[in-house]
Design a protein around this ligand. Structure first.
Ligand SMILES: NC(=O)c1ccc[n+]([C@@H]2O[C@H](COP(=O)([O-])OP(=O)(O)OC[C@H]3O[C@@H](n4cnc5c(N)ncnc54)[C@H](O)[C@@H]3O)[C@@H](O)[C@H]2O)c1
Ligand SMILES: Nc1ncnc2c1ncn2[C@@H]1O[C@H](COP(=O)(O)OP(=O)(O)OP(=O)(O)O)[C@@H](O)[C@H]1O
Length: 564
């Protein structure tokens, strides 16, 4: 009751200091007029209360400010009492009048309480009225036998059909393929025999349907796992991101090795692993062309396969069952970059300094590879970003360079230019912001622990579906990083009035210059990278930030010292 408090305090203070107050009100010997009767004073105060109560009643129906207006009413009532006392010079010695003023204060207080009680009751009545109207509307809906013509995948149109149009009586196959109709669930609801009368009067809830725009794909079935319409109430049916298990349905036969260059320990281990896989597991081994040459020096590995041209490389995913990487995170990025489409599962052995995506220890490779080849094993499905550069110089907007897939991020920065990068950013058709600074990182959640983290972005579990939007050294105080949903398309435009060019780099490689007028379009690719987990996605993620970053490492405070 913020408005009521000051007046209340005044009244309390005045009540505690009657003498000083009366002194200030009665500085000299002024003739005392006849005191009004208590009846007329009560009438005066009550009239004001009634007027203000009308306001209270009106406002309580519209919202929660009824308490405020009832306070105004009480304040006014009390004020009226004090005004009367102020206009009525009293000698502090006049016992009767002092008693009378005390009585008036009590009356004002009582009136305030009545006003407050009345306003609260009116608010409650309004709430009941609202509930009654809602129930009436629901009863009306129960006469509607089904959800009618749910044929359009436009949610707005469908909502208007449900609320405004009389539905068709045909109950079969009403919803098509593009969403879920709650009616299918509601229909099965059998009324409980001992249902309380008040509940049974409410009747069935209105039918509805949810639908998703599926980027041209009319079948929204893939989303159905996430939401349930049990009894017409929207609830998340299952966790949308459960641990994914990979179980072989036939024996894996071919393994591709991707190894970090210029590392002797990697070269030695690679040769050993290849031999073991061929001799003990009867596995075909693919390696990159340059590795094949290295392994040729070792007689036992001369039977490894490789590819000669890009066409063969493009077909790798058709031949390879499993990818083994030996190196750090950069080697996983490299392995992913070889696949422009589907990627076979990756088993990443840690042979770098950090290893956020490389959970397997190379010393125990026999144990791990044995388990993976047998299956089942947990995987993390790591989203990739699909990036298109659109040149302003290109005559046709559809003529773009080949898309580039990134597992970590695409960075748009100022390169060697010393000017501020100036970029206009759009998310679907909405303007996001202008970047003025060193640049911008558009990152996957897997990349959230890489460059984006260094630029102040949040760390995000790799299985969270999202796109990180992280500025690099923005020249403004309020540019905080964003995380956007995974279904959006981002457009980063170098405006014509930009002073310089911008540079895009993809997982820290392949820099491309963006001239004023050029744009970069990014969206989540349909081809994620499945990486095998040591334990599961969450345990592996937490281990990597604890061990790799020493996240929130602090000595525990000792018990000795001050306590509660
Ligand atoms: N300031 C920075 O932190 C910075 C600057 C440039 C590039 N990078 C990152 O380097 C990546 C390229 O890696 P590289 O190995 O080819 O280059 P690199 O050899 O320069 O290694 C960069 C470091 O980033 C680590 N890293 C890579 N991916 C990671 C991930 N997903 N999570 C946590 N750490 C990760 C690597 O382990 C390595 O220590 C880029 O995608 C970018 O994210 C970071
Ligand atoms: N097969 C490959 N061919 C060419 N380049 C590769 C290959 N594998 C890895 N690289 C590159 O080598 C660089 C270093 O690799 P990686 O990050 O795996 O090792 P690291 O730097 O020793 O490990 P860490 O990053 O954990 O310190 C990366 O930039 C990566 O792109």
């Amino acid at each position: 009751m913020p408005l009521g408090e000051p007046a209340h305090q005044d009244a309390a203070q005045l009540a505690q200091q009657p003498d000083s107050r009366f002194r200030s009100l009665n500085p000299g010997p002024i003739p005392i007029p006849a005191a009004p009767s208590s009846r007329s004073l009560l009438d005066k105060v009550s009239d004001q209360t009634v007027d203000l109560d009308l306001t209270a009643s009106h406002q309580s129906e519209n919202g929660s400010i009824s308490t405020v207006s009832s306070t105004v009413s009480s304040v006014e009532s009390e004020k009226a009492a004090y005004e009367f006392l102020a206009q009525t010079p009293i000698k502090s010695t006049d016992k009767h009048l002092v008693e009378f003023s005390e009585a008036m204060r009590t009356v004002a207080k009582a009136l305030r309480q009545v006003a407050e009680g009345k306003a609260a009751a009116q608010a409650e009545a309004a709430e009941w009225k609202r509930k009654y109207e809602l129930e009436t509307a629901q009863k009306q809906q129960t006469r509607i036998k089904d959800c009618g013509t749910c044929t359009d995948d436009n949610l707005g149109k469908m909502a208007s059909q449900l609320s405004l149009e009389a539905p068709a009586s045909d109950q079969t196959g009403c919803c098509g393929n593009h969403g879920i109709c709650s009616h299918e669930v509601l229909q099965d609801e059998v009324p409980e025999p001992n249902a309380r009368p008040s509940l049974s009067m409410v009747g069935r809830k209105a039918s509805f349907r949810l639908s998703w725009g599926c980027n041209g794909n009319k079948n929204g079935q893939h989303k159905h796992d996430f939401v349930s319409f049990e009894k017409g109430d929207i609830t998340t049916a299952e966790r949308s991101s459960k641990q994914i298990l990979l179980k072989w349905e036939s024996r894996p036969q071919t393994v591709l090795f991707i190894t970090k260059p210029n590392s002797n320990s990697v070269r030695v281990l690679c040769a050993e692993m290849v031999r073991w896989l061929k001799e003990h597991k009867n596995i075909n081994v693919f390696v990159e062309p340059w590795v094949s040459k290295e392994l040729l020096t070792d007689d036992s590995n001369h039977t490894v396969q490789t590819w000669d041209n890009d066409d063969d490389k493009k077909m790798l995913h058709k031949k390879v069952d499993l990818i083994v990487t030996l190196g750090g995170d950069g080697t996983v990025l490299w392995a992913a970059s070889l696949f422009k489409g589907p990627v076979p599962p990756v088993v990443a052995f840690a042979m770098g300094s950090l290893g956020f995506m490389t959970p397997f220890q190379s010393e125990k490779y026999r144990h791990y590879l044995d388990n993976v080849l047998k299956g089942p094993f947990s995987i993390t499905l790591r989203n990739r970003l699909q990036c298109h550069v659109i040149r302003d110089a290109a005559k046709d907007e559809l003529v773009t360079e080949d898309p580039i897939l990134v597992l970590n991020e695409v960075t748009i920065d100022r390169g060697i230019s010393s000017y501020l990068t100036y970029l206009e950013c759009y998310c679907d058709s909405s303007f996001v912001t202008c970047v003025q600074g060193d640049g911008l990182i558009i990152s996957t959640t897997s990349g959230s622990t890489a460059y984006s983290l260094a630029a102040g972005g949040s760390m995000v579990h790799p299985q969270v579906p999202g796109i990180l939007f992280t500025p690099i050294c923005p020249h403004s105080l309020s540019f905080r990083p964003l995380i956007l949903p995974e279904y959006v398309t981002l457009r980063i435009q170098v405006p014509y009035n930009s002073r310089g060019h911008a540079w895009a780099s993809f997982d820290g490689k392949d820099r491309k210059q963006l001239a004023p007028g050029d744009a970069l379009i990014c969206s989540i690719s349909p081809w994620p990278v499945p990486t095998a987990c040591l334990v599961d996605s969450t345990t592996d993620f937490l281990r990597s930030i604890h061990e790799g970053l020493h996240w929130n490492l602090r000595k525990t405070q000792s018990l000795d010292g001050p306590r509660d």
